[in-house]
Design a protein around this ligand. Structure first.
Ligand SMILES: Nc1ncnc2c1ncn2[C@@H]1O[C@H](COP(=O)(O)OP(=O)(O)OP(=O)(O)O)[C@@H](O)[C@H]1O
Length: 303
């Protein structure tokens, strides 16, 4: 379990994180979303004890990081894919991590297998592609077999195969009952990977929601086509719906759901050729939610 409550982190006069509260629960992939500079990495750094909060709390399993008895066995993290020393082999890097944390060497072999690097374990990390370095970083996060995992932008720069691999890994880690927090600025990716979405902007919480709740919130009425559209429009309006007729004769209906529209048409013997609930895409929803908190725009204007 991850619990962030009233967390504020200031750098000088500006707040990177500003009164942020949310939870990430076991068995769940929580997508941590926000535009560049929203405060995602800062929150993760505080959770991992790499930065001290100005105020508020960021707890892993009910404790601050430095109060954890065996941190690597409780929480694993991928913050920076380039953290491993380029001159070392993947095997040496993980062995070094394992030794420092009293983790048995056999675990190194296991995680190398799990991330698909067993075949290149003795190669120097300096020659690794970005995707291989991400895998190595993930192997490091998994080394202590922790119940809580934090991944900061793990799909950045990966090809579609790598992206899919990460998505499936995150899902399987959550299915094992682990708490998985994964940051991204891409809604499209999170919509496929995450159960819950914590969306932040300028250090503040914008939404704490499930993917389906977010889609529901951005519903845009029901699109209806019928060869007897004017008659149907009148009947829907009489039933209290708000109806707009489009240029092609299609109706945009608000205030009545698909079932209600179908029942009403059936009762009057009006044929329906299409009844489609419409919602803004999740990407549009995300853009709308974060519109006020984008720090930098193309052209360099501060928002
Ligand atoms: N060490 C630091 N000193 C001063 N300002 C910092 C420091 N670390 C982060 N910031 C500022 O805090 C804000 C939040 O940064 P953070 O890296 O947490 O955002 P993010 O959501 O992870 O963004 P990105 O997606 O770009 O990584 C930014 O305005 C950033 O410039």
């Amino acid at each position: 379990m991850i619990e962030v409550s009233e967390l504020t982190k200031r750098y000088g006069r500006s707040a990177a994180v500003d009164g942020l509260s949310f939870r990430a629960r076991p068995g769940t992939v929580t997508g941590f979303l926000g535009p560049n500079g929203a405060g995602k990495s800062t929150t993760m750094r505080v959770l991992l004890g790499l930065d001290a909060p100005t105020s508020g709390r960021a707890l892993v399993n009910g404790r601050r990081y430095r109060e954890l008895r065996r941190p690597m066995r409780e929480v694993g993290a991928l913050l920076d894919a380039n953290a491993a020393h380029g001159g070392r082999s993947a095997l040496d890097h993980l062995r070094w991590m394992a030794r420092g944390n009293r983790i048995p060497g056999t675990r190194v072999t296991e995680v190398l297998e799990q991330v698909g690097l067993a075949g290149v374990a003795r190669k120097r990390v300096g020659g690794f592609s970005l995707g291989m370095r991400q895998r190595l970083g993930i192997a490091g996060a998994l080394l202590g077999d922790p119940g809580v995992l934090l991944f900061d932008e793990p799909v950045n720069g990966l090809d579609p195969d790598g992206v899919r691999w990460i998505r499936e890994l995150m899902r399987s880690l959550a299915a094992e009952g682990r708490t998985v927090l994964i940051s991204s600025h891409l809604m499209s990716e999170m919509a496929l990977t995450a159960d819950r979405l914590v969306i932040i902007g300028r250090g503040r919480l914008i939404a704490d929601t499930s993917v389906s709740e977010l889609a529901e919130r951005f519903r845009r009425g029901v699109l209806v086509r019928s060869p007897r559209a004017p008659e149907l429009a009148a009947a829907l309006a009489a039933a209290g719906a708000e109806v707009d007729a489009g240029p092609g004769g299609e109706l945009s209906v608000h205030g009545l759901e698909v079932a209600g529209i179908g029942d009403l048409a059936a009762a009057r013997g009006i044929p329906l050729h299409e009844v489609t609930p419409r919602s803004a895409s999740l990407e549009e929803a995300y853009m709308e939610l974060t519109a006020g908190s984008v720090q930098y725009r193309a052209g360099g204007d501060a928002a």
